[in-house]
Design a protein. Structure first.
Length: 619
């Protein structure tokens, strides 16, 4: 995963649509972005039917709610508004946070923004567990419509779904670059199948198209009262995955994703309306999509079932890749520990593998499948994290547009944020029925992030770094008086103006002074990408600083960069902390520090040159 400025410019061209053609970009988007929202027709109406009788008024009202949920929460919030806010073509929660923190000046507001972004990241990870579980399980349940398989046990379906999930997660280490090329065409076939089946069903009852009028959705909610609020929580399922339009924007660019979205929106709308028409003709239907396909063509049912399982695997893969990207952003923005990162492609920097995240997701996905047993029950845990993320996006957008003095867009964003809050409030009814698992899962990354950030701040204060002026006064004496070791040595510091204790201990207390001493510091820029090594700056005799400026999503080979700037080190010293504490929270922080790679291991610096310097810290 090596990235140069030349490669960066090529990628920018690709993002702008100059390299990939419009059709190619659209097809790639189908596989990378729309897997989650594209597989929601498998379970959305099936779950809603369990809560209300499929009378004509009910079905029309529900279809109207689905149609306008897609328009407001996906089309308006993400496709139009959020995707207009980006940095070098990148999108997502972290990007919104970076844009907003750059606009506000108050430290208190920055702290609130940071906390909200951590909540958003945690909710997305919680969503990342439930998406593969409900998608794969709901597709596998379609086996029950095959003749002679009607009585297949729930335990067997769970086992099949779990095996598919396990194989999917096991494959992550090998990288998905080659297989991903087939994702787009497969999803194109999937959306085409949804469209055709929807049109066939609609031909029997085209009158359901009147549900395009939002009046029927509003009327349904008013008439049903609290019951309508319960159903609104399940309507959310049709929009899950909508956030991927914005989060994955950096991979393909805004234009290809928007073009693909209009096709996907049409396919989803036609299929949902087709399912509604079928439901009115067959009110006893339990598994709406699969029974509709089975009634239309028994011969094509098994191929469609295989296609649906493939589509759910693609949806899950997109979510897993998204989780890796989110965690990597967390690592580079220093809100997450430095988990070990492997690069599975020599060409695409987005192709990364994080073992801890992979195995955490696998265990959680299988656990959720076994716990809930059926996709309809699992829907009770789904939606809370999604609507929470959407609400935070709405709040951030409103704030950004207001600070940019785009008041009309700010008012529209505020209205959408209010709609998000209504959906979030409706999903709180799910908490006693399994929704609490969504919160529990999100609390795991949230706790890790909060403990890590707090621990790092406390640790930095305890380390008591030395101001550069004081260090130079003592260093110059040591460099002049002590015997110097031949060659170049590297030290790492966050900022050249404050010298870490391990540098002071090595050079001043232990008297280990090389002929050429280089202090390397890394400065993170406000942009997602961009990499620059600043020229070596002399600080004192035999001492120079080297600064690396990098985007918060940048992946690069540090050893290669150092060599390119003429730094051929003999030894690399780095700091290690031995934390002593009786505090339970700091004990957890100590365990996190021990289990995760150090800075030099994360950047894969040559092991034969590394020398760790341990500092004991009481917290």
């Amino acid at each position: 995963m090596k990235h140069t400025e030349k490669e960066g410019s090529q990628e920018s061209d690709s993002i702008s649509g100059h390299v990939s053609g419009p059709i190619s970009g659209m097809i790639k988007s189908l596989g990378l972005v729309f897997g989650d929202i594209g597989t929601s027709p498998i379970y959305t109406l099936t779950v809603i039917v369990l809560l209300t009788k499929p009378t004509e008024d009910n079905v029309i009202g529900i279809l109207s709610l689905i149609a306008w949920t897609l328009v407001v929460l996906v089309m308006m919030e993400y496709a139009w508004l959020a995707m207009s806010l980006s940095k070098k073509g990148e999108g997502g929660t972290v990007v919104l946070k970076e844009i907003l923190t750059h606009l506000v000046k108050s430290k208190g507001k920055v702290a609130v923004i940071s906390l909200l972004s951590i909540v958003g990241i945690s909710l997305l990870i919680g969503d990342g567990v439930i998406t593969p579980a409900i998608s794969i399980l709901s597709a596998v349940e379609g086996l029950r419509l095959i003749p002679d398989y009607e009585a297949i046990k729930t335990e067997t379906l769970i086992a099949i779904a779990a095996v598919i999930a396990i194989l999917l997660f096991l494959y992550q280490r090998k990288g998905t670059e080659k297989v991903a090329r087939a994702f787009g065409p497969l999803m194109l076939v999937w959306f085409a199948a949804l469209t055709v089946s929807g049109i066939i069903a609609l031909m029997e009852m085209p009158s359901v198209l009147r549900a395009l009028n939002p009046y029927y959705g509003i009327k349904f909610l008013i008439e049903k009262g609290v019951g309508g609020f319960f159903i609104l929580a399940e309507v959310t399922l049709c929009a899950t995955g909508g956030e991927a339009l914005y989060a994955d924007m950096g991979h393909l660019g805004r234009r290809p994703i928007l073009r693909a979205w209009y096709f996907v929106f049409f396919a989803l709308l036609i299929n949902y309306f087709g399912q509604g028409a079928y439901l009115l003709h067959h009110p006893d239907t339990k598994n709406v999509l699969f029974e509709m396909i089975f009634s239309q063509s028994r011969l094509l049912y098994i191929p469609f079932l295989v296609l649906s399982i493939a589509a759910t695997v693609i949806a899950s893969q997109a979510m897993i890749s998204g989780m890796f990207s989110i965690v990597y952003q967390g690592i580079t923005t220093r809100v997450m520990p430095m988990f070990k990162v492997d690069y599975t492609s020599s060409e695409l920097r987005s192709q990364i593998y994080i073992g801890f995240v992979n195995w955490f997701l696998l265990v959680a996905v299988v656990f959720i499948m076994v716990l809930f047993k059926e996709s309809s029950k699992l829907a009770a845990a789904y939606g809370l994290a999604v609507t929470g993320t959407m609400t935070l996006t709405g709040i951030f957008m409103t704030w950004i547009f207001y600070l940019k003095k785009k008041y009309a867009l700010s008012i529209v964003s505020l209205c959408i944020a209010c709609v998000d809050m209504v959906f979030l409030l409706s999903n709180t009814f799910k908490i006693p029925h399994g929704g609490y698992w969504s919160i529990i899962i999100a609390l795991i990354p949230f706790s890790i992030i909060v403990i890590y950030i707090s621990g790092q701040k406390r640790l930095y204060k305890r380390l008591k770094p030395m101001p550069l002026k004081e260090f130079l006064r003592r260093y110059e004496f040591a460099y002049k008086e002590k015997c110097k070791i031949e060659g170049t040595v590297l030290f790492f510091a966050r900022d050249i103006e404050v010298i870490p204790p391990y540098v002071e201990g090595t050079m001043l207390k232990a008297g280990i002074v090389y002929e050429d001493n280089v202090i390397v510091s890394m400065i993170q820029t406000d942009e997602p990408y961009g990499l620059m090594g600043c020229a070596n700056t002399p600080v004192a005799p035999g001492l120079r600083s080297f600064t690396i400026k990098m985007g918060y999503m940048e992946v690069f080979d540090m050893e290669e960069m150092l060599m390119a700037h003429g730094i051929n080190e003999k030894t690399i010293f780095y700091g290690m902390e031995d934390i002593v504490t009786n505090n339970f929270i700091w004990k957890i922080f100590s365990i996190i520090k021990r289990l995760t790679p150090s800075f030099v291991q994360f950047y894969k610096l040559p092991a034969d040159k590394l020398r760790g310097v341990v500092t004991r810290i009481e917290m």
